[in-house]
Design a protein around this ligand. Structure first.
Ligand SMILES: [Zn+2]
Length: 160
């Protein structure tokens, strides 16, 4: 009598008995299956991605905080927006991280480092803008500047 093929396997992570369909093949077309079920693998990958993001943001903040060169600062932001899939996404992630740090560990080295990085970046941005006399602005330009400041304040969660 031929041996009955195994249709279930125990996951090495969660210890649950699961149907074989829950386990990826070790290689395409291979008979052998991975030890970890798809659910455990997905949650492991998610943790790894989040840890990678946190590490990248932490490194970005540390570098930005100390960056004295505006071009390098801009390049650094460019790297982060590419990594995180756009300015909006990067800003959201950075904001969430900063907000978390300031709420959970106010006054900590990490929170202060993050805030210093924001100020440094703002400093580079304001220095990069052409200096103009207030008299040279049209009313529309002044309105637009005020609106931009309001939007920045809202994005940073500053209460007005
Ligand atoms: Zn599992």
């Amino acid at each position: 009598m031929p041996p009955t093929p195994t249709t279930v396997q125990v996951c090495t992570s969660c210890g649950r008995l699961r149907p074989l369909g829950y386990f990826r093949a070790t290689r395409r077309g291979a008979e052998t299956r991975r030890g970890q079920c798809r659910l455990c693998h997905a949650s492991y990958e998610k943790c790894r991605r989040l840890a990678g993001r946190a590490k990248a943001l932490s490194h970005f903040q540390t570098t930005m905080r100390k960056e004295t060169n505006a071009v390098r600062a801009v390049n650094l932001v460019g790297e982060m927006t590419r990594r995180f899939g756009g300015v909006q996404k990067f800003a959201e992630l950075w904001h969430a991280r900063l907000w978390g740090l300031c709420a959970q560990k106010p006054g900590s080295r990490a929170a202060l480092s993050g805030l210093t990085a924001v100020i440094r970046l703002m400093q580079h941005c304001s220095e990069a803008r052409p200096k103009r006399n207030l008299d040279d602005f049209t009313d529309e330009e002044i309105e637009s500047e005020i609106q931009a400041i309001r939007e920045t304040a809202d994005a940073l969660g500053v209460h007005r």
